[in-house]
Ligand binder design. Structure first.
Ligand code: NAI
Ligand code: MG
Length: 488
């Protein structure tokens, strides 16, 4: 080790040699069709779009843009499969298909991780260790429920809803597909899934996996396209249920469209999660938890701990340590196994992050931005912390959906609760304290669907997830996740 490296390591930062994963593992095709009735088909209007690698701006593949005609074909295939096959398949049989899909995801996990990182920009460490294993875990978990629905607490012999239209975002592409498909299939529904336009590829690999698993044709259909494809699915009269994850604005629009129909609806929307830190919290774990809460997946996380509420007595120390830790985060090539912060998913999302952080400065907050170098090509944003944020600032109110943390302070637990709840959202919060009674006191008073204690961003298929207020309604995961796909 050189002298300089030794000095660095004493400061807590080491230089690493590059350790890139190989892009060729992805084995991508130049173009992909729609997945309807068990086959890849050309879109009726032959319209296509490209999906980019946001870290390089290079085209990865051409993907079909589904029109209303294609959506209709997908819904018809799902209806036919529901009536002729899937509703007649026993729970034990459905469970075998789900187990098979879970195992095939595991078998192709390296390829899926590479595809996810190329298409989304997230670090390979995260797609490899979190997205893909959790996607498989969701199929395993719901495979276990498929033959036990009579004992799930929804009465004897609960019935599926029918055809589910499922619209997912770009932040966890394969994982969101798994969250939607696994419970729907376990409960006996058939599906039409619409992936996000910037990240359609892992869903198309999943379509290949469904073929490999010999899932009956039409049980799952995948239609790629932009918001207009999603809107056609929402408006289709043959759809019995819509499940949406994405922005609150689009969620609001969908709720209006669905209001004039009999469709069932679940919405998982945005958030402005508060990570509440008391003076007695163990500081090292807490700093890591704050970092993970906001910089995991570049902050493209609906439940991100994007507001740090720190007790005034420890605020200076927490901020000092936080800024030092931010400086150590390794931003760069998402395919490098040592990368902590990857690329922002799109130029559009980058513009939104830049706009909101400029407001942060002009409204008077103090900005700390990592001095890391940004690659020349691609969409990048250096990890940023704003101190001296007040509740009226836009960066304390609006979802930034990027690697930007707003730090506010409080003195008493009552003040912490009041500030945490001072938001239109209500998806997730974190509480950090050594004292269990205080954690429970605070947790009881927080308006949020998910509350983590002395940890953050912890996901498990057995645990229900979802919001209150403008973060949406309905639960995904766990036994609760079945309810959204059963006629109960
Ligand atoms: P978006 O809500 O527009 O996109 C999510 C999905 O909805 C995509 O598949 C999209 O094609 C589809 N969609 C768009 N318009 C639709 C319509 N009228 N009918 C049916 N489906 C439609 O989100 P976008 O524009 O990608 O991101 C904007 C902001 O939304 C982000 O900055 C972030 O704040 C928030 N967001 C929150 C997410 C979450 O997990 N809660 C995920 C993605 C974005
Ligand atoms: Mg892409």
């Amino acid at each position: 080790m050189t002298e300089k490296k030794l000095a660095n390591s004493q400061l807590g930062s080491l230089d690493y040699d590059p350790a890139p994963e190989s892009a060729s593992i992805a084995r991508l095709k130049p173009s992909y069709g729609l997945f309807i009735n068990g086959e890849f088909t050309d879109p009726s209007r032959h319209e296509q779009f490209v999906t980019l690698n946001p870290a390089t701006e290079e085209t990865l593949a051409t993907v079909a843009q589904a029109s209303a005609v294609d959506v209709d074909a997908a819904v018809s295939a799902a209806r036919k499969a529901y009536e002729t096959v899937w509703s007649k398949t026993t729970g034990a049989e459905r469970s075998k298909y789900l187990f098979r899909i879970a195992r095939l995801i595991q078998e192709r996990s390296r390829e899926l991780a590479v595809v996810e990182t190329l298409d989304n920009g997230k670090p390979i460490r995260e797609s490899r260790d979190i997205d893909i294993p959790l996607a498989a875990a969701h199929f395993f978990y719901y495979a276990g429920w498929a033959d036990k629905l009579d004992h799930a607490g929804f009465g004897a012999n609960p019935q599926p809803i029918g055809v589910a239209g499922q619209i997912i975002p770009w932040n966890f592409p394969l994982l969101m597909a798994a969250w939607k498909l696994a419970p729907a299939l376990a409960a006996g529904n058939t599906c039409v899934l619409k992936p996000a336009e910037t990240t359609p590829l892992s869903a198309l690999i999943l379509a290949e996996i469904l073929q490999q698993a010999e899932l009956p044709a039409g049980v799952v259909n995948i239609v790629t396209g932009d918001g207009s494809t999603g809107a056609a699915l929402v408006d289709h009269r043959g759809v019995d249920k819509i499940a949406f994850t994405g922005s609150t604005d689009v969620g609001r629009l969908i709720q209006q469209r669905v209001a004039v129909s009999q469709k069932r609806l679940t919405l998982e929307l945005g958030g402005k999660g508060a990570n509440i830190v008391f003076e007695d919290a163990p500081i090292d774990e807490m700093i890591e938890g704050i970092i993970d809460g906001i910089f995991f997946n570049q902050g493209h996380v609906c439940c991100a701990g994007s507001r740090l509420l720190v007790q005034e007595s420890v605020a200076d120390e927490v901020l000092r340590r936080l800024v030092r830790r931010v400086e150590q985060l390794r931003l760069g090539d998402p395919m490098d196994k040592n990368t902590d912060v990857g690329a922002i998913n799109s130029a559009q999302q980058l513009a939104r992050i830049e706009e909101l952080t400029e407001f942060g400065e002009s409204e008077g907050a103090t900005r700390y931005t990592s001095s890391c170098e940004l690659p020349e090509k691609g969409y990048w944003f250096a990890p940023t912390v704003f101190a001296n944020v007040s509740q009226s600032h836009r960066i304390a109110r609006e979802e930034i959906f990027g690697p930007v943390l707003s730090v506010l302070t409080f003195r008493t637990p009552e003040e912490a609760v009041a500030k945490a709840n001072n938001t239109n959202y209500g998806l997730a919060c974190g509480v950090w304290s050594e004292k269990g009674s205080r954690t429970l006191w605070v947790a009881e008073r927080l308006s949020a669907g998910v509350i983590w204690a002395n940890t953050y961003n912890r996901f498990d298929p057995t645990s229900p997830f979802g919001g209150v207020r403008e973060s949406g309604f309905g639960r995904e995961g766990g036994r609760h996740g079945l309810e959204a796909y059963l006629n109960v």
